[in-house]
Design a protein around this ligand. Structure first.
Ligand code: HEC
Length: 195
């Protein structure tokens, strides 16, 4: 009697399991199954790449209105021209005050982004120069290819250089945020005093 019950229970259990498998596996293969909060999968808002009848050009991603800038964005209205450089040199001053913390961060950033070429002490003897890269002039003893002694380069002139690059030196605008550039510049000013 007991043995009968056991086989019966086993039988019912296996039928139930097979039925579950049959019901759940025969659905659309791409289905996510039972969805909790379906708005998370099929949300009401438009995706940026979706067509959108609410705008004239039918696109969801709209260009920002002309003349607007993102929140927190710092502009630098000095073009990469001789005039832009001269204006930046005369007008642009660092907004940071010199402090041990700013200098320490400037040194760290310099050693990551500038030292490979400019060298630890800014003497134009970095590691890649040892491998044949054209050497930049020494910050303290060299002459700029644009005229003037490197030791006299101003805040604005160095900021312009980091932002746009110069000949073999690329722009570091995408690697260094404006505040980080100012910290690097603070440290470069120290290297300009190297003996
Ligand atoms: C890939 C190598 C390389 C890296 C990295 C590099 N520089 Fe330069 N830099 C140069 C070279 C080469 C010159 C000289 C370019 C010329 O005068 O033609 C130069 C020139 C300069 C000048 C002189 C500008 C002038 O008006 O003459 C400054 C200032 C300067 N770099 C700052 C920096 C700072 C700050 C960093 C780091 C954020 C940096 N550089 C990273 C290669 C590099």
């Amino acid at each position: 009697m007991l043995a009968m019950n056991k086989t019966k229970i086993l039988g019912i259990a296996s039928v139930a399991i097979m039925a579950t498998i049959a019901v759940t596996s025969c659905k659309d293969k791409r289905s996510t199954g039972w969805e909790y909060a379906p708005n998370m999968y099929e949300h009401l808002a438009y995706d940026p790449d979706q067509p959108n009848p609410n705008f004239k050009d039918g696109k969801t991603a709209q260009k920002p209105p002309a003349g607007t800038i993102p929140v927190g964005f710092t502009t630098f209205d000095y073009p990469n021209t001789k005039e832009g450089l001269a204006l930046a040199e005369a007008e642009v001053k660092s907004p940071l005050t010199e402090s041990a913390a700013n200098l320490a961060e400037g040194k760290e950033l310099f050693e990551s982004f500038c030292m490979p070429c400019h060298g630890k002490n800014g003497q134009g003897d970095g590691l890649v120069v040892a491998h044949g890269f054209p050497p930049p002039p020494s910050y303290s003893k060299g002459q700029s290819s644009r005229g003037g002694a490197m030791k006299d380069l101003t805040d604005g002139r160095i900021y312009h250089t980091i932002t746009y690059g110069l000949n073999a030196m690329g722009s570091y605008a995408s690697q260094l945020a404006p505040e980080e550039r100012w910290k690097v510049i603070m440290y470069v000013h120290q290297l300009q005093k190297q003996q």
